[in-house]
Design a protein around this ligand. Sequence first.
Ligand code: ADQ
Length: 459
Amino acid sequence: MSDKSEIVIVSNRLPVHRVERDGGAGWETSPGGLVSAMTPILQDRPSTWIGWAGAADCSLEPFEHDGIRNCPVPLSTEEIANFYEGFSNSTLWPLYHDAIRTPSYHRHWWRPYREVNERFATIAAEVAAPNGIVWIHDYHFQLVPSILRTLRPDLKIGFFLHIPFPPEELFAQLPWRREMLEGLLGADVVGFQTKIGAQNFARLCRRYTEVTGTRDLDFKGRHVTIRAFPISIDFDRYESLARDPAVQQRAEAFKRQLGVNRRIVLGVDRMDYTKGIDIRIKAYGELLRSKRTTLQDSVFVQVAVPSRERVDEYQSLRDEVERLVGAINGTFGELGMAPIHYLHRSLPAEELVGLYLAADVMVVTPFRDGMNLVAKEYVASRIDEDGVLLLSEFTGSAHELKAALQVNPHDVDGLTNRMYAALTMSPTEQSRRMRRLRRIIRENTVYDWANTFFEALTA
Ligand code: ADQ
């Protein structure tokens, strides 16, 4: 069985992306914590990563890259519209994020969701070695555990949800709630970002399925471990980038470009309505309006990576953010000097860390977020133990990062006041908080996260 894999990862995207080079197209490892956390675990053993390669209607043979076997799963244009943009990102994503946008429920999205889950499960069943491990990631694949369990009862199956798991009042809206819960119960370990997510799931299972038990559950004669595994980052990578002289020069160049005497307030996010980008821009506008900061004192930089641009809600968020930036710059800017700098693009890690190093205040204001890694990346990059992290209470990170300046992003006045407090915080207070934040992230890296999950799965 040497062509079979002892470990199989299932996620929406493969850990690689296609790049065009002079000599033709090739694959490059994608940046990101999940990929780097998995690499040491996967490289030692026969393993396969199953995911979509990113192009519609494209069937590719499995291939090896950086010691990992990649198994691309084809998705048709129609499936991308119904399974990905529809059920995953217009039903589950808003429902699981406090329904801050109204979730849409369509039977013609549910059927493709089930079919795509069946396809991924069938491939996992084909490639996994006897008694192998399959680790399934995220909301796109909540039915895969139970389908795979039926096909391959010998496997150890783990599932990790990267986004929040909602409370009963919200989840109960889902017309397919029972199927979704039973889908997840096919796993041996179901992991969440926070204890609250794990509790919500266990409570819903007791209400809508035949489970027994309180914390962990028993379902159809099997034991299912339900636990929180807060994800993290590669602390050393961010710290060493921050120590790199070239990155430090970038940071100095950013400061010069933005104005040496201006304090820098930074936001870095995917362009997503859960992230509270609009509310933080409004709060900064209020600070300028009330003259608690001025064009000469401070500058706001917002970097937003384009995301899910074919979904209507994402288009209207982008329009709203750009309208707000334009209105504030038009009112408070001068020729050659703007209060807000806005970039709608992805930046390489060196530039991102250069910005983290330059920023006096990092503003992370999601209305709801599974974890939020940007907050952790900022902290890991602050090697001089200064800078202020303004962090929404409604992120998974807020449970660990108690020393951050925490804020309720629904409260514009509160947010404005906290932003002012961050801009005026004493250096002693900054370093007292930053030291505590750095210790927590240094001691809980993404490698610890992956190892803890694997230990739970193989216990
Ligand atoms: P996301 O919603 O994408 O992740 P987050 O955890 O903040 O949110 O991760 C974003 C990543 O993208 C970070 O690593 C960040 O550096 C990068 N990034 C953001 N803006 C960028 C830019 N302009 N250029 C380059 N890189 C940029 C989902 C969940 C989160 C959960 C993670 C991991 O929604 O709650 O923390 O998965 O489980």
